[in-house]
Design a protein around this ligand. Sequence first.
Ligand code: ATP
Length: 248
Amino acid sequence: MYLKRLEIKGFKSFADITEINFEPGINIIVGPNGCGKSNIVDAIRWVIGEANIRNLRGQKSEDVIFNGTDDKRAQSMAQVEMLLDNSDEILPLDYSEVTMARKVFRSGESEFYINKSRVRMKDITELFTGTGLGKKGYSIIGQGELEQVLSGQALDRRLILEEASGTIKYRQQRDEVKRRLENTSNDLLRLGDIISEVRERKEELGYKAERARRYLQLNKECLGLERKVLLSELAYGQQELNRKQNKF
Ligand code: ATP
């Protein structure tokens, strides 16, 4: 995998479309101080999913949009598109060339694309995990950072080496599995609580159900008796009526 082309428009000092083609091997960009060399690196960091704008020397997400100069109007949108040669299929996609693009508008709204299809930023960061070209990798080393890496803490160096060797992906997967195991054992505990609660309620409900059954049975008997009483009262009334009619 290698960086083949970078197209920048409206990003930082690049007001007009700027296309930079890279060849396999070492490519060098030379220019005077302040001409925008680091902005090219920022554009690469940004398109591969840098979320912390401070790492791009800005304060808020709109700071990457071209702000205007004496002879050029400010832009309303910044856009960076990066073309990667993926003929060795290091990126797990069935394409020999992959484009990543990112746009940001002055409203703060961001858009991400892989091969022109709209995706989430997470899809881009996940795609790079374990390839060495992550946003937290050894692949981009900014000004002064090399010394920081060499003289840094052992743990920081380990993280960089892990990202470089691709093992960080497995560490993330292990952490994810651990988290899921923890969640599952918490769910099991909760399930145990629910089962014992249900057991207690089952006893109480059994007692209530027995009472309800008894009530229904007695109610039925009561209705039967009431019916009998009414019938015998009716028969008695009928007899009395007959008797009185015979008398007169
Ligand atoms: P150095 O060699 O000093 O590190 P450089 O060549 O790497 O410099 P950069 O730091 O990439 O240069 O670019 C700095 C230039 O980019 C400055 O002139 C700055 O005004 C300009 N710049 C940064 N952000 C924006 C923006 N949003 N709009 C317009 N210009 C910008």
